[in-house]
Ligand binder design. Structure first.
Ligand SMILES: NC(=O)c1ccc[n+]([C@@H]2O[C@H](COP(=O)([O-])OP(=O)(O)OC[C@H]3O[C@@H](n4cnc5c(N)ncnc54)[C@H](OP(=O)(O)O)[C@@H]3O)[C@@H](O)[C@H]2O)c1
Length: 226
């Protein structure tokens, strides 16, 4: 994938700014010349073009104010929702997703949700979701996978339609930014080495590629392409 440097800079809100994924999305966005509103309960330090803001995803007016952006700039062009709790809290995840969609709908902001691989179809068994396939999801992490499915349903049930749900592959961890990834739709992908994985850095490149050049699908996934 290439980046068209003549593109106008976007204003991107990232909710979950301090997380594994959110922090890398911010690094990638800043490197591409976009403005970033970095939202989380405990905001990180600011960097040029990155404005940290303390926002709790359970506080709808605060989320709406944050997406409305500073008066000088107006609303964000897009918001990336990439929050997680430990242990998983499905009610929180669904509530935060609705809150973001509600605010985005009022302001006309595009929404990209970084979700979970469990919502994808299992390769080789299209009638089965990854969440229901013990080959990918052991019993101990099934509640996390089910919360991701509930989050996707919350998007599908919401009247606002300008959203995309990006499922990582089975394994997502900090690593190297290679810029090499393959994109798919509703079925879990595997890399040339047979594993279903991507680095958080390459997932961030996929997030920015999708925001800069939106595709037609609502449900997308990516995998490392070595
Ligand atoms: N293979 C997979 O499917 C896979 C693997 C890993 C992650 N993921 C998904 O990727 C997404 C991001 O995960 P991650 O690993 O980057 O998470 P993470 O590192 O645990 O970060 C979570 C982020 O959420 C923020 N957060 C939590 N509660 C919040 C609240 N009430 N209000 C505002 N912000 C809140 C945290 O900041 P504060 O605590 O400062 O608020 C932090 O920035 C999640 O959807 C996760 O399920 C999927």
């Amino acid at each position: 994938m290439t980046t068209d440097m003549t593109r106008r800079p976007l204003t991107l809100a990232v909710l979950g700014a301090t997380g594994m994924v959110g922090s890398r999305v911010i690094t990638e966005a800043a490197a591409r010349g976009h403005r970033v509103l970095a939202l989380s309960r405990r905001p990180a330090d600011g960097r040029p073009a990155v404005t940290p803001l303390a926002v709790d995803a359970t506080d709808p007016p605060a989320v709406r104010r944050a997406l409305a952006g500073p008066a000088a700039h107006g609303p964000a062009d897009a918001v990336v929702l990439t929050v997680r709790t430990e242990p998983v809290d499905q009610d929180f995840l669904v509530g935060a997703t609705r809150t973001v969609l509600d605010a985005a709908a009022r302001l006309g902001v595009r929404v990209l949700v970084v979700g979970g691989a469990g919502a994808l179809r299992s390769p080789g068994a299209p009638g089965r979701l990854v969440a229901d396939d013990p080959a990918y999801v052991p019993a101990a992490i099934r509640p996390v996978a089910l919360a991701g499915i509930a989050q996707l349903r919350a998007c599908q049930d919401h009247p606002y339609t300008d959203w995309v749900y990006l499922c990582p592959p089975a394994l997502l961890a900090p690593g190297e930014r290679t810029g090499r990834y393959r994109r798919g739709a509703d079925t879990l992908l595997t890399a040339p080495d047979g594993r279903s994985w991507i680095s958080a850095e390459d997932l961030a490149t996929a997030v920015l590629d999708e925001l800069e050049d939106p595709g037609p699908e609502r449900l997308i996934t990516v995998v490392h392409d070595g």
